[in-house]
Design a protein around this ligand. Structure first.
Ligand code: FES
Ligand SMILES: [Fe+2]
Length: 375
């Protein structure tokens, strides 16, 4: 490859042409809007199962005591509420009586949710606790719903456990200490819909070559990833030139199952990014970024740098989104030597698909083998 060809591919990167005109509200609208001419799930090979794990339903401050909200994730209508005891609970959205949606017009009664249609009340397991106009509660609905949605509140987020077979949580949501530390700022939130698959998005982290061509980084990252069960962690250390001289910088990141991840930036301005990806359907993912920064960095002479870090990380998501919104899943990709550990990533990720092989002794080697054979 000639130098001039190489140069032509270095920054400004190609996707900037799609993004540079988008500012302020137009950028925010683009982040959530459905792309025109969206292709079918099947034609993009996105008919993958949903991986199991903990996922964010909403931020803690989006659900007040006594509040009810409808949600739609995992192709399922859901209702979430916060009882008078302060605990968030979530059940299937449709009433077991005559099918009203509990999230539209329902209300909180004590710690239960009350259906707007005939006032049946449900606890957090979906069992009917009261029917105000009936002498007895039919025995079928005294039992909890078949599909349970365990909920836990941590890191100022409300998380729910998804498993296609209703299997109970297999690990815990990891706590990030900064989120409860008064020396760190409240969250700054950003959100997107990505019109693609969760797995393609997760693969991005190990896709070494794209950092240069999509994000305009000078180098390809050097990976030191460690996988242990459902967790994957990595750290990158580098010397950074700053107005305050050379600073030892570090980026530590981790994923805890498919729905929880964090990135911790140390050195120039301590920043924690809590990122959450929750599937809406097979080709739509709700992405949330929540940033917290050390107050002394955010509010001091480094305030501009602190803002710049957040802006830059959001821009990276914008850049990836240009591709993800249209990307097809390649079950058997042709990989070259500079591509990063994509095969190892797929093997790690395949453990979150319940549909195929629950027996660890026969664990599937890669998702390529577990995906429904279509053609
Ligand atoms: S439909 Fe919910 S109480 Fe009747
Ligand atoms: Fe990326």
């Amino acid at each position: 490859m000639s130098d001039s060809l190489t140069d032509a591919r270095t920054p400004p990167v190609a996707v900037w042409s799609q993004l540079q005109a988008l500012k302020g509200d137009a950028l925010k609208a683009w982040r959530m809007a459905e792309p025109e001419n969206r292709r079918s799930i099947e034609s993009r090979n996105l008919d993958l199962p949903f991986p199991f794990g903990w996922y964010v339903a909403c931020f803690s401050d989006e659900l007040a005591v006594g509040e009810v909200k409808p949600l739609y994730y995992f192709d399922t209508d859901l209702a979430i509420w916060r009882g008078e005891d302060g605990t968030a609970r979530m059940i299937d959205g449709y009433c077991r009586h005559l099918g009203a949606h509990l999230g539209y017009g329902g209300r909180v009664a004590g710690n239960d949710i009350e259906c707007p249609f005939h006032a049946w009340r449900y606890d957090g397991a979906g069992a009917v606790t009261d029917i105000p106009y009936a002498r007895t509660i039919p025995p079928q609905v005294r039992k909890p719903c078949d599909h349970q949605w365990p909920v836990i509140e941590r890191n100022k987020c409300i998380w729910f456990w998804y498993h296609p077979h209703g299997t109970a949580p297999m690990w815990d949501v990891e706590e990030q200490a900064e989120t409860a530390d008064p020396e760190w700022t409240d969250y700054e939130h950003h959100e997107w819909y990505v019109w693609g698959s969760l797995q393609n998005m997760a693969e991005n982290g190990v896709d070494a070559a794209h950092f240069r061509y999509i994000h305009g980084t000078a180098d390809f990252p050097d990976y030191a990833l460690t996988s242990e069960g459902h967790k994957r962690t990595g750290v990158v250390h580098s010397k950074m030139d700053t107005p305050w001289g050379k600073v030892d910088g570090s980026i530590a990141y981790g994923t805890i199952g498919p729905g929880q991840s964090y990135t911790r930036f140390g050195g120039i301005c301590d920043t924690l990014l809590v990122s959450a990806v929750t599937p809406v359907s097979q080709d739509k993912v709700h992405v949330r970024f929540a940033f917290t920064q050390r107050r002394s960095d955010k509010e001091g002479e480094k305030a501009g740098v602190a803002r710049g870090i957040i802006k830059n990380l959001c821009r990276q998501l914008d850049q990836d989104k240009v591709v993800w919104d249209r990307q097809r899943y390649m079950p058997q990709p042709v990989i070259c030597d500079g591509d990063g550990p994509i095969a190892a990533f797929r093997q790690y990720y395949s453990q979150f698909y319940a549909e195929y092989e629950p027996d660890p002794a026969k664990k599937i080697a890669s998702l390529n083998m577990v995906r429904k054979a279509k053609r």
